[in-house]
Design a protein around this ligand. Sequence first.
Ligand SMILES: [Zn+2]
Length: 136
Amino acid sequence: MDIVGGLAAASKALEIIKQLRDVDKTFNAAAQKAKLAEAMEAASTAKITLLEAQGEIRERDEEIAKLKASFAVRENLVEVDGYKYRKDAETGAPRGKAFCSACEIDGHLVQVAASIRNFSTCPKCKANYSNLNDFR
Ligand SMILES: [Zn+2]
């Protein structure tokens, strides 16, 4: 993100425009046109640079919103034997099946699928787990 570069280009454009305003009448038309072109180029650079910075700020805001949502979800989890479970809002006790610890490392919360003979499988990454709790 180059906000400093964008602001410098905007300052340069303003400086050139000020020079054009303050110039005396002996300044010829060709020189004025050249200065005006220079000012327009600097203003264009400022606009492009600041638009890029705006896009980066927007992406960052979206990432922050995702992280806030993720933290809000994680506050409602409880850990048992190294695995995360939903926390009962009233009692604080674990509820339901565990979340896949392999997917959690990647930032996803995926509950393991129904267990067969004490084996559970993650529907997303297909990791297998044995002897997980299922809190009812
Ligand atoms: Zn998984």
